[in-house]
Design a protein around this ligand. Structure first.
Ligand code: HEC
Length: 109
């Protein structure tokens, strides 16, 4: 019985380690997954903004204002942050941010 519970704990520990590794930016090459994990709580799964996000000033990614911004401008805002939008410099790689911009443009369609 004791042996079993130890093994269960070990399996759980390993699973947690795996999940943590997968959730870390180095492994999250899927922009949709990154967006869901790090951005959707403010910008919403569809990019329209959650109640919390819009209250902070997040705009619908499909709005004419955001559509008028260049990819470079969006990249800049994600990298450096703006207002209540957190900076992701050092947290996400440049390539990941680039993929996120593409993902956002997809949401805005
Ligand atoms: C804590 C809430 C929050 C989180 C988390 C967040 N954002 Fe934002 N985001 C904002 C707010 C608020 C703004 C508006 C900033 C402003 O214009 O003052 C914004 C603006 C933006 C803009 C510029 C669009 C515009 O209105 O011009 C982009 C692009 C963006 N966010 C992408 C992202 C991405 C990608 C992530 C995840 C990696 C993310 N955001 C995470 C709150 C958030």
């Amino acid at each position: 019985m004791k042996y079993l519970s130890f093994r269960t704990a070990l399996v759980a520990l390993l699973a947690c380690g795996l999940i943590a590794a997968c959730a870390s930016p180095a492994f999250a090459d899927d922009a949709a997954a990154t967006y869901k994990a790090k951005c959707a709580m403010c910008h919403g799964p569809d990019g329209k903004g959650t109640a919390v996000g819009t209250k902070m000033g997040a705009r619908d990614f499909a709005s004419p204002e955001v559509k008028a911004e260049t990819d470079a401008q969006l990249t800049d805002i994600i990298t450096k942050g703006k207002g209540k939008m957190p900076s992701y410099s050092g947290k996400l790689k440049d390539a990941e941010i680039k993929d996120l911009v593409t993902h956002i443009r997809g949401l805005a369609k």
